[in-house]
Write a protein that binds this ligand. Structure first.
Ligand code: HEM
Ligand code: HEM
Length: 402
C-alpha cells in the first residue's frame, strides 16, 4: 500500500489537471474565442508541472517506498508552489513568473535530491531499471528546469533571449524528449514487468535514453544537426529495447478489465507514436533550417498530446487506479472506469489523427474544426477521471489515516 504522501501528490496533481482540461476544452471549442499566449502557457505548465510532475513525485515516493509526515508536508509545499507558478504564468507578470519559477526549481531540486539519495542508499550498482529510469528522468527535469528559470530571469530583466543557444527549444526538448520518455518507460516497466529487473539490456535502455535526451536538448538548442541525428539514433535504439523487453507484455494486457494496468500498457504504443512524431518534427525543423514558423503546428500539437495525454496521463491514471485499489475500500463510481479509459484514448487518438491530417484548429471559429469534437471527448473523459479518482483518493487517504 502507498503512503499518504503519495495520495496527496496525486490529489494535488488531479486538482491542477482540472484547470488544464478546462482550458483545453476552451481551446478546442473556441467558445471564448482564441486563448491568449499567457493562457496557453498556463494550459501547458499546469499540465506538465501541476499534473505530470506532481504525479511523477507521487510515483517516485511510492517506487522508493518513502513514508512519513515530512514527505507529506513537502508534497504539500510543492503543490502550493506549483499552483502559484501556474497562476503566475496566467498573470503574465514576468517578475512573478521569475520568483515562483525559482521556487519551483528549488522544489524540483529537493525531489531530485530525495530520489537520488534513496538510490544511493540502495546503491547505484543495485537499483532496478525502473528506479534508475526515474532518477535519470528527474535529472533531466532538473536540468530543463534550470534552463526554464534562466528564460524567466531574462524575461523579468527585460533582456533579449539569445537565438543561439535557443533556450526555450533546449528546455522543451529536454523535458519532453528526455524527462518524460525516461519516467514513462520506468513506470511502464515497474508495473508491467514488476520491480527488481536489472538486465544489461535494461541498463543500456535507461542510459541510452538519458544520453539521447541530453544530446537532443543540446542539438536543438545549438541547431547542430549531427547531434540531433545521434540523439535520434539513441532514442530509436532505446525504444527498440523497450519494445523487445516489455512491448509484448503491454500488447497482451486484458483490455476489457477495468484496472490501472491497461492505462499503463497503452502508454507504451503512445510512447512509440510520440517518438515517431518527434523524429518527424525534428526532420521538418532541419528541412526548414531551424525556422519554427515553417514547421507544422498540427504536428507539434499532435506530438505534445501524444506525450502529455497518451503517455503521461495514461501512466498516472494507471498508477492512481492501482494505488487506490490496493488501499481497499469501496470503489466510487465503478461504471466510470470504462468511460474514462475508452473516452480518453479514443479521444486522444482521434484528436492526434485530426491534428496530423487536417492540421491545427487555431484559425477556426467556435465548433468549426473537427478538433472541437475530438479534443472534447478527450477533455471530458479526463474531467470524469479527475473527479472519480479524486473521490477514490480521498477515501484511500482516509483509510490509511485510520
Ligand atoms: C521549473 C520548471 C519549469 C520552468 C521554470 C519552465 C519555464 C518555461 C518558460 C520560461 C518557457 C517559455 C515561455 C514563454 O514563451 O514565455 C517554457 C516553455 C515550455 N515549457 Fe517549461 N518550464 C518548466 C517545466 C516544464 C516541464 C516539466 C515541461 C514538460 C514536461 C515543460 C515544457 C515546456 C514546453 C513544451 C514549452 C514550450 C516551448 C515552445 O514554445 O515551443 N516545461 N517553460
Ligand atoms: C498534461 C496535459 C496537457 C498538456 C501539457 C497540454 C499542452 C498543450 C500545448 C503545449 C499546446 C500548444 C499550445 C500553444 O499553441 O502554445 C496545447 C494545445 C491544445 N490542447 Fe493541450 N495539453 C494537455 C491536455 C489537454 C487536454 C486534456 C485537452 C482537452 C480538451 C487539450 C486540448 C488542447 C487543444 C484543443 C489544443 C489546440 C490544438 C490545435 O488546434 O492545434 N489539451 N496543449
Amino acid at each position: 500500500m502507498a503512503d499518504r504522501a503519495v495520495y496527496r501528490a496525486f490529489q494535488f496533481g488531479l486538482g491542477i489537471f482540472g484547470l488544464t482540461a478546462l482550458l483545453g476544452l476552451a481551446n478546442a471549442t473556441r467558445i471564448f474565442g482564441a486563448l491568449s499566449t499567457d493562457t496557453l502557457l498556463t494550459h501547458l505548465h499546469s499540465g506538465t508541472l501541476g499534473w505530470i510532475t506532481m504525479g511523477v513525485i507521487g510515483v517516485t515516493i511510492w517506487m522508493f517506498a518513502g513514508a512519513g509526515g515530512t514527505l507529506s508536508r513537502n508534497v504539500l509545499i510543492t503543490g502550493v508552489v506549483t499552483a502559484l507558478y501556474v497562476l503566475a504564468f496566467w498573470s503574465g507578470n514576468f517578475p512573478a513568473r521569475a520568483v515562483t519559477g525559482t521556487l519551483e526549481l528549488l522544489a524540483i531540486l529537493y525531489w531530485w535530491w530525495w530520489a537520488g539519495s534513496q538510490a544511493m542508499r540502495e546503491g547505484f550498482g543495485h537499483i532496478d531499471v525502473p528506479k534508475l529510469s526515474v532518477v535519470l528522468g528527474l535529472t533531466i527535469l532538473t536540468i530543463g528546469a534550470i534552463v526554464g528559470v534562466t528564460v524567466q530571469l531574462f524575461l523579468a530583466l527585460g533582456l533579449t533571449l539569445p537565438t543561439s543557444p535557443d533556450l526555450i527549444g533546449t528546455h522543451a526538448s529536454a523535458q519532453v524528449g528526455g524527462y518524460l520518455v525516461l519516467v514513462s518507460a520506468g513506470i511502464a516497466e515497474w508495473r508491467l514487468s514488476g520491480p527488481g529487473g536489472r538486465s544489461m539490456a535494461g541498463l543500456a535502455q535507461a542510459w541510452i535514453l538519458f544520453l539521447g535526451g541530453l544530446l537532443l536538448a543540446m542539438g536543438v538548442g545549438m541547431n547542430i544537426q549531427p547531434l540531433e541525428g545521434i540523439a535520434t539514433l539513441f532514442q530509436v535504439i532505446g525504444i527498440v529495447i523497450i519494445a523487445a523487453r516489455f512491448g509484448m507484455k503491454a500488447l497482451r494486457t486484458p483490455w476489457g478489465q477495468a484496472t490501472g494496468i491497461r492505462h499503463i500498457a497503452i502508454s507504451v504504443p503512445f510512447l512509440v507514436l510520440g517518438l515517431i512524431l518527434e523524429i518527424t518534427f525534428l526532420a521538418q525543423i532541419i528541412q526548414a533550417q531551424g525556422d519554427f514558423t515553417k514547421v507544422s503546428v498540427g504536428l507539434n500539437h499532435a506530438l505534445d498530446h501524444s506525450f502529455f495525454v497518451g503517455v503521461m496521463t495514461n501512466s498516472l491514471f494507471g498508477a492512481i487506479l492501482l494505488a487506490t485499489s490496493s488501499a481497499g475500500g469501496a470503489r466510487v463510481w465503478p461504471w466510470a472506469d470504462d468511460v474514462i479509459f475508452w473516452g480518453l484514448n479514443l479521444g486522444a487518438a482521434s484528436f492526434i489523427a485530426v491534428l496530423l491530417t487536417v492540421g491545427s484548429g487555431y484559425a477556426a471559429g467556435p465548433f468549426q474544426h473537427p478538433v472541437a469534437y475530438t479534443a472534447s471527448v478527450m477533455g471530458l473523459s479526463a474531467l470524469l477521471g479527475i473527479v472519480t479518482f479524486s473521490l477514490r483518493l480521498g477515501a484511500a487517504r482516509r483509510s490509511t489515516a485510520v
